[in-house]
Design a protein around this ligand. Structure first.
Ligand SMILES: [Zn+2]
Length: 126
């Protein structure tokens, strides 16, 4: 069975490729019994290859949390949080991921032509 990249009803992505890894994305509600997403909007689970995101967020928060958790996956996949890496401390990783994501989302929102520019040119290598 071919897994869909998007939930067609909501246009929410259900997987994303980051480096060598296919990451599953689950849009879920907070669960107080398991403590799942009760104190944050999203979570990257490196060992499971999974990102959880609260399903009731507004569009702006969905985008921000999605990219934020993808940044954590990039940090993990690139080894930036390994021993002797610049983001080895959890606080350092969180600050870097949060600030870069917030500015990236702001930049994309404030310059909507960038989506077309990127889409038009990203596969051109000549
Ligand atoms: Zn984070």
């Amino acid at each position: 069975m071919v897994k869909k990249k998007f939930n067609l009803l909501s246009s929410e992505p259900t997987k994303v490729k980051i480096g060598y890894r296919d990451i599953a994305i689950e849009w879920v509600g907070p669960d107080f019994k398991t403590d799942q997403l009760t104190d944050n909007y999203g979570e990257y689970r490196a060992r499971e290859g999974k990102i959880l995101i609260q399903d009731t967020l507004c569009g702006q928060e969905k985008v921000n949390v999605f990219l934020h958790e993808c940044m954590h996956a990039i940090v993990y996949g690139s080894g930036l949080n390994q021993a002797n890496g610049p983001l080895k401390e959890d606080d350092a990783e969180e600050i870097a991921v949060n600030q870069i994501t917030n500015y990236l989302v702001g930049m994309l929102r404030d310059n909507p032509y960038l989506f077309d520019f990127i889409k038009k040119n990203i596969e051109k290598d000549l």
